[in-house]
Design a protein around this ligand. Sequence first.
Ligand SMILES: [Cu+2]
Ligand SMILES: [Zn+2]
Length: 196
Amino acid sequence: MKHYFLMAGIAAMSIFTSCGDAATDSTTDSLNGDTTAVQELPKSAEIAKADLFQTADSAKTIGTAKFYDAGNGQITMDLQINYPERADSVVAVHFHEHGDCGNKGENTHGHWNPTNENHGKWGTAPFHSGDIGNIQLDNKGIGSVSVTTDRWSIADTAKNNIIGRGIIVHGGTDDYKTQPTGNSGPRVGCGVIRKM
Ligand SMILES: [Cu+2]
Ligand SMILES: [Zn+2]
């Protein structure tokens, strides 16, 4: 990763210096001075995050969803769940409409659905833009999934803005068919997507 940025820095500097007098000395000095700045480019910086907790006890965290700019208008979510009470089970995860985890997650209301599609399985149209789906938890209650998509935005005015949406972890399995919920069981975990 560091090497990549260094190479990018060299490339950028080459372009820069080619516009003026490309004196060898100043190129070298600029490169040394700019290496740190180039490494701070926000390309893969965390752009949003949701801390997930148990709906039965908000003091108990059960994981995080971290969002990154993947370039080309795409966003990557790395979702990690650590829910020992749910070890050796499947949980279903969706983005829900509202960022209010009150009333044991019920205040998030239904599935977030900016494209007005039916509920379904991620990647097989039709599906809601937050139908992350089933995640197998291991014997410690740990599971993860990574999703990269152009269905999400963090732009304030975008219809598909994910900021302020709820993320619900269900204590059952999404059948990917039942409308509009997938019959995914009780809401056992919740979090709200916040801009970083
Ligand atoms: Cu749900
Ligand atoms: Zn759905």
